[in-house]
Design a binder for this molecule. Structure first.
Ligand code: NDP
Length: 337
């Protein structure tokens, strides 16, 4: 049973390979009410950077020596609970390891025939649900409005832009590099894309202004930093700004500048800025699954994954994702069913 633990906390610096340790541990034995799970896919998500840190947050940090947390799709190998039988596939929080014994309560059965199993960690899982509820509930996009989304080619961003198109909006994506910009415009149907690499907030703001002369009605913020500033320079009257993530500043989590420098803009534009946390929407998962499954079946939503082979490469893939090396949802393929 290989597993990856937290060896060291990155403090105000990028994550590095030596922050993790690859270990071998015995395969756990499930207690009563527990099942033994074998990981098939591990999801790598930007929030995990937050869990490596002791900076104050909405969740407890991973302790040094503990297995890195994470959602997985796993196969039930043995079951001490009547709800599951060996061969079932489930969504669970087993972390960065090959085997785990978890209470059956809290696991969600997933159907590999209805969709590829990996989709339950992406477009049909946490990132998809984030894009769906944050855009629709907080963003309230209306036909003809302009929606701007950052980290546009990522797991959340690609979903946001496509749903905004389905709602009749004009969609501008911001992403790093020509490939990602081509992906969102050519493959996903966004109206325009801006490559932010090597540009400061002023230059980015000018590009946004040229593409959205009447301003941005909905800004879906996945990154914070200079892109956030550029977007704020272009908000339209009564704009909605969704604070979903701040991956641009995750390397400086411990000294995060939360300066309220956009207060005057928010006031003058009577704009609304709201934070979003996907856990709040757990009770509404069925609503999301019904819409998203239908869109996928109907070919209205496309979805791309970036799959790295082997658990041992999880640190490298995670560090790569935080630097934008992924195109689409970052996953680790650990084993086949
Ligand atoms: P992505 O698949 O978008 O991967 C992260 C991306 O961030 C990279 O591909 C990179 O894309 C971009 N990025 C990295 N550094 C920078 C930078 N300095 N400036 C701008 N962009 C950068 O990840 P997800 O779709 O899973 O997550 C997107 C955001 O949503 C994250 O901030 C995450 O924390 C947040 N999130 C929030 C949730 C919530 O409940 N609030 C739930 C799920 C996700 P590029 O090459 O374009 O720079």
């Amino acid at each position: 049973n290989h597993r990856i633990t937290l060896a060291e906390r990155p403090v105000n610096r990028p994550v590095q390979p030596t922050d993790f340790r690859l270990e071998e541990a015995p395969i756990p034995v499930p207690a009563t009410g527990e099942v033994l799970l074998r990981t098939l896919y591990l999801s790598l998500d930007p929030y995990m950077r937050g869990r490596m840190s002791e900076a104050k947050s909405y969740a407890q940090p991973v302790q040094i020596g503990e297995v890195m947390i994470g959602e997985t799709v796993s196969e039930v190998v043995a079951s001490n609970d009547p709800t599951f039988v060996p061969g079932d596939t489930v969504l669970g929080r087993t972390g960065w390891q090959e085997y785990a014994a978890l209470p059956a309560k809290g696991l969600i059965k997933v159907d590999g025939k209805a969709a590829p199993l990996s989709y339950y960690l992406g477009v049909l899982g946490m990132p998809g649900m984030t894009g769906y509820f944050a855009l629709l509930d907080i963003g309230q996009p209306k036909p003809g409005e302009t929606v701007l989304v950052s980290a546009a080619a990522g797991a959340v961003g690609q979903v946001v832009g496509q749903i905004a198109k389905l709602k009749g909006c004009r969609v501008i994506g911001i992403a790093g590099g020509a490939d990602k910009c081509a992906y969102v415009t050519k493959d996903l149907g966004f109206d325009a894309a801006i490559d932010y690499r090597g540009k400061d907030a002023t230059a980015l703001s000018a590009e946004i202004a040229a593409l959205a002369p009447n301003g941005v009605d909905v800004y879906f913020d996945n990154v914070g930093g200079a892109i956030h500033d550029a977007a704020m320079m272009n908000v339209a009257l009564r704009a909605r700004i969704i604070i979903c993530g701040a991956v641009a500043i995750y390397d400086k989590l411990e000294t995060q500048d939360t300066g309220a420098r956009w207060m005057r803009t928010i006031l003058a534009k009577r704009a609304r800025m709201e934070g979003f946390l996907v856990f709040d929407y757990d009770p509404r998962r069925a609503e999301f699954l019904a819409d998203m499954s239908a869109w996928l079946r109907g070919g209205l939503v496309h979805y791309r994954e970036d799959v790295t082979e082997g658990l041992a490469r999880a640190p490298e893939a995670f560090i790569g994702m935080l630097a934008g090396k992924n195109l689409g949802k970052q996953l680790i393929h650990v084993a086949d069913p």
